[in-house]
Structure formats: structure tokens, C-alpha cells
Design a protein around this ligand. Structure first.
Ligand code: PGA
Length: 253
């Protein structure tokens, strides 16, 4: 059985006080209202992480939004996977399109970040997705294939089984444009078939593949009802406790 996951990505939002206040609301609401096996995660800026773990009481899991590809050393301003683990993080987002776009992160670099995250017992939430140009010119299957081949298919089956994938069409991130459930399902099924071809059917069936891109409480149910969509990576809506928890509740039994 693959895990159902709703992960919030706060990006570079919320100062320390605002973060603590929002997170406290989220924890209380998830504790009171969640009644399924779904996992709620918040991926927050570094300065929040330690405190959020203390406040989480295990009700909400905590993740970083990035880590460096090296174990440690002279990399001013960077954060290692080991540091994330040491404050109690369980997840780390790797390969978000904003990292790929604004910080020139390549598939190969992301592959090394994934390896170091796994070595430190973090679950990578590995993102892939095509731009609007790539969607319109029809090259998107090739783009996704390349991101998978170079980013995560270099892993052994055992290591690959520990990661979570997120399909995030870049044209849907923060734009209010959501992939239709059919468009998203088409890609998620494509990804699962790729995993089966690379590894085997068991690995494919056990990999959680999240959808991300303008997911909100109104469209989550229809998206998550698709057979290959196992949850969401939520940006804007994770900055509002009610919206985020309503998305988490989509999986209530
Ligand atoms: P969004 O962001 O929900 O604001 O579109 C999703 C993401 O970037 O992970």
C-alpha cells in the first residue's frame, strides 16, 4: 500500500512568529480533524524547523525545502541533510522547479542531493515537471523522462523505494491554473509505467506520486480521486491553516 501524503511547501514565506502561529493552528486542526492514514507534512524555511518539530507532537511531519549535495564543509550559506535530520526533519523537497529555474539546479546535481538525503535517512520529495513551452510544443513526456532518468533512476531499487515523487507542471505553480484531473492522471500513469519499466511492478505500485500546482480545497478531491495520484504538494494553500487542513482531510476515511 502506498502512502497518501499532503505536503505543504511554505517557500520563502512567514517570519518566525508567523510560522509558529500558523503551524500551531495546523497541528491542532490536524489532530482534531484527520481520521485516515494520510500523512501531513510541512516543509518550512530552515529557521522554523527546530521549533516546528518540537510543536509537531508527531501529528504533522516536518521537512526542509532543499539541502546541499555535500556531507559538510566550506559551503557558506548552505544546509546539509545531516543538519536537517539532526533537528528532527523526516522529509526534504529536492528538485522543486524554483530551484531548477532560479538556482540552476541540474538533474545530475539533484541526483547527488537525493543520494545524500537518503544516506541521512530523510525521505526526498523529488519534483519533476514541464514548463508551459514544453507542454505546448509536445516535448513534455521527453522532459519528464529525462528528469527521471538522470535525477532518480540512477538509484538502486531499494533506494528508489524510499523516495516520494511529485509531478508539478511548472505552468500550474502559483498561477491558479491547475492541471485537469485527466491531464494529471495521464502524467502520473506515465510516470508509474516508467518506474515499472525501470524497476518492477511492485516498486511502481508502492511509489507515492503527489500532484502539485495550484492545488486547493476545491480541486483536491477530484485530483486525489485519480488512481495514480497519491496526494499533493501544496504551496499557496499551505499558508492558510483551514485550506491546508481541508486538503489533508480529502483523504479522511
Ligand atoms: P502552488 O505551489 O500550490 O502555490 O501552486 C505548489 C508548489 O510549488 O509546490
Amino acid at each position: 500500500m502506498r502512502r497518501k501524503i499532503v505536503a505543504g511547501n511554505w517557500k520563502m514565506n512567514l517570519d518566525y512568529t508567523e510560522g509558529i502561529s500558523l503551524f500551531s493552528e495546523i497541528v491542532n486542526m490536524v489532530r482534531d480533524e484527520k481520521n485516515g492514514n494520510q500523512i501531513a507534512v510541512i516543509c518550512a524555511p530552515y529557521i522554523h524547523l527546530n521549533s516546528l518539530v518540537q510543536l509537531s507532537a508527531g501529528v504533522v511531519k516536518i521537512g526542509g525545502q532543499n539541502c546541499n549535495q555535500n556531507e559538510s564543509g566550506a559551503f557558506t550559506g548552505e544546509i546539509s541533510a545531516k543538519m536537517l535530520k539532526s533537528v528532527g526533519c523526516e522529509y526534504v523537497i529536492i528538485g522543486h522547479s524554483e530551484r531548477r529555474q532560479y538556482f540552476a539546479e541540474t538533474d545530475e546535481l539533484l541526483a547527488s542531493k537525493t543520494v545524500i538525503a537518503l544516506q541521512n535517512n530523510l525521505t526526498p520529495l523529488f519534483c519533476i515537471g514541464e514548463t508551459l513551452t514544453e507542454r505546448n510544443d509536445g516535448s513534455y513526456f521527453k522532459v519528464l523522462e529525462r528528469q527521471l532518468d538522470h535525477g532518480v533512476f540512477t538509484l538502486s531499487a531499494e533506494d528508489f523505494s524510499k523516495i516520494v515523487l511529485a509531478y508539478e507542471p511548472v505552468w500550474a505553480i502559483g498561477t491558479g491554473l491547475t492541471a485537469s484531473p485527466e491531464q494529471a492522471q495521464e502524467i502520473h500513469a506515465f510516470i508509474r509505467t516508467k518506474i515499472e519499466n525501470k524497476y518492477d511492478i511492485n516498486v511502481a505500485n508502492n511509489t507515492s506520486i503527489l500532484y502539485g500546482g495550484s492545488c486547493n480545497p476545491k480541486n483536491a478531491a477530484e485530483l486525489f480521486a485519480q488512481k495514480d495520484i497519491d496526494g499533493g504538494l501544496i504551496g499557496g494553500a499551505s499558508l492558510k491553516s483551514r485550506d491546508f487542513v481541508d486538503i489533508v482531510k480529502t483523504f479522511n476515511s
